[in-house]
Design a protein around this ligand. Structure first.
Ligand SMILES: *Cc1c(COP(=O)(O)O)cnc(C)c1O
Length: 415
């Protein structure tokens, strides 16, 4: 028997080890729509509890917005449920093309190609446009899906220290002999909530004749004064050669992603990117929802403006209470606890107070950097934020960490 007791035991031991180290991730079942208020079954088998969601990527509060739901219903009625085909056989509808054009306009690029997800966009794009003569130079903290895309590509690879422009410049000099150079970064780094210095990066890319790639999954729809993304914030719209992003976060939160940028690069993806060629694209119902989202964000900045105000209130509140935060100005606000078990416990106790915020620890963040990552939404009203803040303060007091420095917390709980 192939799956022998010996093999089974080996895996069971590995899973036990994760639990002992406090690294085991358990999913919580939500019995309602995604929103600021959700109904959660936790622990498993218990009756559901109404809690405030403080850890969704629902930045603009659009995941269950009535206008988006209506547009999705209309799409379902007019274009059906499934495509039963990949794009190039018989899986392309007019609305897929319409969405590609709308994204192009929204991001201020030349052209766009949809992918089943941003994970797939990142997995497919590098292999489609680079070969062994080329070099990919990536920030050391880029998203896991970019790392997978780099692995799948035959081009050479090097890294630069996180957001360190001197180091990036030295790598661009080091690789000046390569055919093509691509500098690769996230726009907003999802674990820390900081932004890439796209103005300086664009300048360096110009100077050293490199292309610039930005994954703006945690930015599209709300970063920049009209929500176009990190390139708007740093005033480099039109200068990013490749943008990848997701529709699974702020832009309705369902699923889907894209590569947007120089038109030849997009066309290369259409011809060669494997997740595009060999996997169904976004379902019509989701395409219809995203079209509505982009129309509404183009018409008004009300939602991203509210998100900005909510974020300011939340950051200031936590800071004044004496928590150690990661500095930044995005709606990702990590409350640092350093110890993985403490982060797990803190999250459980917040839940008892009616607040849903999950602990993050290795391997999602480096060892010794466990945290509760909070994420603010335009779907939050002031009463949500006030209740959440009071709960954080109550649990923080219980563990005696308010006003304590990083070193003091580490001394108390270990790493
Ligand atoms: C969430 C995320 C992705 C994956 O997006 P999906 O569309 O859910 O696959 C890719 N890159 C970054 C930076 C992300 O944060």
């Amino acid at each position: 028997m192939a799956y022998s007791d010996k093999v089974r035991n080996m895996y069971q031991e590995q899973l036990e080890e994760l639990k002992e180290k406090g690294l085991f991730k358990e999913e919580r079942f939500i019995h309602s729509s995604q929103a600021a208020d959700i109904e959660v079954e936790f622990p498993r088998g218990s009756s559901t509890k109404k809690v405030i969601n403080m850890c969704a990527n629902n930045y603009l509060g659009l995941s269950s917005h009535p206008d988006v739901i209506k547009a999705a219903h209309d799409g379902l009625d007019s274009r059906g449920y499934g495509m039963s085909s990949v794009r190039f056989i018989c899986g392309t509808q007019d609305i897929h093309n319409e969405l590609e054009n709308k994204v192009t306009e929204f991001l201020g690029t030349e052209d766009t190609i949809l992918f089943p997800s941003c994970m797939d966009a990142n997995a497919g794009v590098f292999e489609a446009i680079l070969n062994e003569e080329d070099i990919m130079i990536s920030d050391r903290l880029v998203h896991a899906s970019i790392i997978d895309g780099i692995r799948l590509c035959g081009a050479m690879h090097d890294t630069f220290k996180h957001s360190n422009m001197k180091h990036l410049e030295s790598k661009l000099q080091l690789h000046s002999d390569k055919r093509l150079k691509v500098v690769i970064t996230d726009g907003v780094f999802s674990m820390d909530g900081d932004t890439a210095k796209l103005d300086e990066m664009a300048e360096l890319c110009e100077k050293y004749d490199a292309m610039l790639f930005v994954d703006d999954s945690h930015a599209s729809g709300f970063i920049g004064k009209t929500g176009r993304g990190t390139h708007e914030k740093y005033d480099v719209m039109g200068k990013i050669d490749i943008i990848t992003t997701t529709f699974g976060k702020a832009l309705g939160g369902a699923s889907g992603g894209c590569v947007s940028g120089r038109k030849e690069l997009v066309e290369m993806c259409r011809q060669k990117a494997r997740p595009y060629l060999f996997s169904n694209t976004i379902a019509p119902v989701v395409v219809s929802g995203v079209l509505e989202v982009l129309d509404s964000l183009t018409a008004s900045t009300e939602r991203r403006d509210k998100l900005e105000k909510n974020t300011e209130f939340w950051r200031n509140g936590l800071e004044e209470a004496g928590f150690v935060l990661k500095k930044g100005d995005t709606p990702i606000v990590p409350v640092m606890l350093f110890n993985a078990k403490l982060a797990q416990e803190f999250s459980k106790e917040l839940f008892d107070e009616g607040i849903y915020a999950i602990g993050f620890f290795f391997p999602v963040v480096p060892q010794g950097q466990a945290r509760i990552r909070t994420q603010i939404s335009a779907g939050h009203e002031m009463h949500h934020l006030e209740k959440a803040l009071n709960a954080f303060i109550k649990v923080g007091k219980k563990h005696n960490i308010l006003g304590k420095s990083k070193q003091e917390i580490i001394d108390m709980f270990g790493l």
